[in-house]
Design a binder for this molecule. Structure first.
Ligand SMILES: [Zn+2]
Ligand SMILES: [Zn+2]
Length: 342
């Protein structure tokens, strides 16, 4: 008899591990034995929220970066079988618009994250619609599978966008898991890049796992002086969500540069049109991958022997969730991962 456990949100940094009922599989659903589940920067926003801000998320399982193995399938499941290894597309769409038909649930106007509709990923057994599952390449680990589901996918999408034109150098703001993942991918693409963060511990950690160029969050002038020929950067990627970094991501660009925004913030305006007009800057938003892009990314990883595993120095059991969230909340570097069924 399987016993389900989950990491439940109670607001104001309170989370608990609870026993939960394992529901019966409905048609087109699969039951996944979760092997790895990452904690995301966006989970921290929920962790820090109060009961009112959490709304319907109060008392629900948190997490949207699981990977694992299918152990049962419901009636009508066609794409998967018991024993299949899967990562996930963590955005669920309406299933009935042009974006959903293309697997681009991230662009569906009615989309929701899996945890917002009762499929929280920080658990040992997860029921999901089969359409949310993506086959995990046989040469990619479950830990790397969690990166494909969110952090690494976000990084891959942003890195590809940033080098979509002729690009000599890229500056990445923020050395959290998304920022470091982006820099490791850019390195594999062969692009000259630097990572910028005011946190000394994060800079040291990034450097220790292969990000060669790291810089403090210096003035615009100092950052430009550190670029090739002191001409500024062709592209920037902002992953931190900090207002100052959002603005500086434009000011360090050379003319006709491209700023790619990934980090979510509180939505306050920080950028004036003058910053964009004179240098004829372009701005792009970027988010997680479509299912098709996730498969492309896994092929990139296998073909280039690329892994995110060196980012993971913090591995936990579900029971350690309060400690894990507390450490991540306090700015400890690296990616935090649960291994619910090692
Ligand atoms: Zn995430
Ligand atoms: Zn849709």
């Amino acid at each position: 008899m399987l016993k389900k456990k989950g990491v439940i949100l109670y607001g104001n940094r309170k989370i608990e591990i609870c026993d939960l009922p394992l529901k019966k599989l409905k048609s087109n659903q699969v039951l996944i034995e979760i092997k790895a589940a990452g904690i995301c920067g966006s989970d921290l926003h929920l962790y820090r929220s109060n009961k009112k801000q959490l709304g319907a998320r109060y008392g629900q399982v948190i997490g949207h970066e699981p990977s694992g193995q299918i152990i049962h399938k419901g009636i009508g499941v066609k794409k998967f079988n018991e024993g299949d290894r899967v990562t996930i597309n963590h955005i669920i769409g309406c299933d009935n618009c042009k974006y959903c038909f293309q697997g681009e649930t991230v662009l569906c106007s009615k989309n929701k994250g899996i945890a917002a509709v009762g499929y929280g990923g920080d658990t040992n057994y997860l029921i999901l619609p089969e359409n949310s599952c993506i086959p995990l390449h046989k040469r990619i680990s479950y830990v790397d599978g969690t990166f494909v589901a969110c952090t690494g996918g976000t990084a891959y999408n942003a890195a590809k966008l940033a080098i979509s034109g002729p690009v000599r150098n890229v500056a990445v703001f923020g050395l959290g898991p998304v920022g470091i993942s982006t820099l490791l991918i850019l390195n594999k693409f062969g692009v000259n890049s630097i990572g910028i963060d005011p946190n000394d511990k994060r800079r040291k950690f990034a450097h220790s796992i292969g990000v060669k160029n790291v810089k403090n969050f210096d003035t615009v002038k100092k950052l430009i002086n550190s670029s090739i020929n002191k001409e500024g950067f062709c592209s920037s990627i902002e992953t931190s969500g900090s207002k100052e970094a959002q603005s500086r991501a434009i000011d360090i660009l050379s003319p006709r540069g491209l700023a790619v925004y990934v980090g979510l913030s509180n939505g306050l305006p920080t950028i004036s049109p003058e910053q964009i007009i004179h240098k004829q800057i372009s701005m792009r938003g970027s988010k997680v991958l479509s299912s098709a892009m996730a498969i492309e990314m896994m092929n990139f990883m296998v073909n280039n022997k690329f892994t995110f595993e060196k980012l993971v120095i913090n591995k936990f059991q579900l029971e350690d969730a309060p400690e894990a969230f507390d450490m991540f909340d306090k700015g400890m570097p690296g990616k935090f991962i649960f291994l619910p069924n090692p």
